[in-house]
Ligand binder design. Structure first.
Ligand code: SF4
Length: 383
């Protein structure tokens, strides 16, 4: 049995302008110790899906089910959900500064969280808070436990959030853009930390991100979402090496390469659609370079893609082996070109530059000074 099984989840928000259909039929499952990456641009429904599962989207119209260890979270009272949140399902948010209370010491906040769920003395809970801060890599945790959030760097605050999220050893950790506000070095440290904690505690992780690069190392499976719907699902390797959906391919091509080179990044043209007035047929069709007549009128269902039993894609491009040989790109283009009808391939939009720079060079690295940086392992992150 899966640890969490979400089936046909829909979430809508009635507004004065119309109904925002934020999530439209999301299904996935996750097992103990597994990591699922949920990837998509802003407005794809990835965060709303998990916030709904945790009972954090009050006022929304919700259908479907989210069964966690045999209990449907969507049918639970807020009181019962409060017992699940933190103790059984931990959450890490993008901005730890808005999640940590600025008026209370970091350690105090961890202690209160522990004592809200467990009958332990303040002394024991404080000892655990110090241990947890040490576990997530906060230097001198016995001293820093009494710091206020503003005395921590951004990376340290995120580590403190992780310490709080794993304090009660939850079976599932939902990390919503946990590294977005951090620079790449600290980002890598946080991902390493989460991997280490996962192998230590066998925690299942749902990692939500707009950046496919973030889940490249950590996810077992990846679900790509667009306009409130899952558009592709596959194991990590298949998704990166043999993406089927043009949106996934666009996301992969927009990852900056660490190998440098002079090539330009290839952003996905256009903008995500309004969730009040969704395009007909495939929601991605106004931005898709492979659009065909069928795409404009018919919604593509998730279909299995040949080659991997778990690989599914919601796209009308062929999913059989014949259509996708070794030269995936050539096949793709051939098929799309032959079936393209009234719609011409969208011309690349030429966006006038707002700022341009030329001939810039990086200064040589600064010499290490006498300053003691032992307390600031995240010195490179954004404050
Ligand atoms: Fe593009 Fe058509 Fe596939 Fe949608 S269904 S992603 S428009 S090729």
């Amino acid at each position: 049995m899966s640890l969490l099984e979400v089936t046909d989840l829909t979430v809508s928000f009635p507004t004065e302008d119309g109904v925002v259909r934020a999530v439209r039929g999301v299904s996935f499952s996750i097992n103990v110790g597994q990591t699922l990456g949920i990837v998509g641009e802003s407005g794809s429904g990835k965060s709303v899906s998990t916030q709904t599962i945790m009972g954090l989207t009050r006022g929304a119209q919700i259908t479907g089910s989210a069964v966690f260890e045999g209990r449907d979270l969507l049918g639970m009272s807020q009181q019962d959900l409060r017992k699940v949140r933190g103790a059984e399902i931990g959450m890490i948010f993008q901005d730890p500064l808005s999640s940590l209370h600025p008026q209370y010491r970091v350690g105090w906040q961890i202690v209160e969280m522990i004592r809200a769920h467990e009958d332990v003395s303040k002394k024991d809970a404080t000892k655990r808070a110090v241990d947890l801060l040490g576990l997530v890599g906060i230097p001198q945790p016995d001293r820093r436990v009494d710091d206020y959030p503003h005395q921590f760097s951004g990376g340290m605050r995120q580590r403190a959030m992780i310490a709080m999220a794993v304090a009660l050893n939850p079976k599932l950790l939902i990390a919503d853009e946990p590294t977005t506000a951090l620079d790449v070095t600290v980002q890598a440290q946080i991902i390493d930390l989460m991997e280490r904690l996962q192998s230590e505690f066998n925690t299942a992780i749902i990692m939500i991100t707009h950046d496919l690069g973030v889940v490249a190392d950590i996810a077992d499976d990846v679900m790509v979402m667009y306009a409130g719907k899952p558009v592709e699902f596959a194991d990590r390797r298949t998704l990166y090496y043999r993406p089927h959906h043009p949106y996934t391919k666009g996301l992969i091509e927009s990852i900056p390469s660490s190998e440098g080179g002079r090539g330009r990044l290839k952003p996905i043209q256009g903008q995500p659609p309004s969730l009040i007035n969704l395009p007909s047929g495939c929601s991605f069709h106004p931005r898709c370079p492979y659009v065909m007549d069928q795409c404009i009128t018919e919604v593509p269902p998730l279909r299995q893609v040949a080659g991997s039993p778990s690989h599914r894609s919601a796209c009308w491009l062929p999913v059989d082996e014949v259509g996708f040989g070794d030269d995936v790109e050539a096949q793709r283009e051939k098929v799309a070109a032959s079936r393209r009808g009234a719609l011409a391939t969208q011309e690349s939009e030429v966006v006038p530059a707002v700022v341009s720079a030329a001939g810039t060079t990086a200064p040589p690295p600064a010499q290490a000074g006498p300053t003691d940086t032992s307390d600031n392992s995240d010195i490179g992150d954004q404050q």
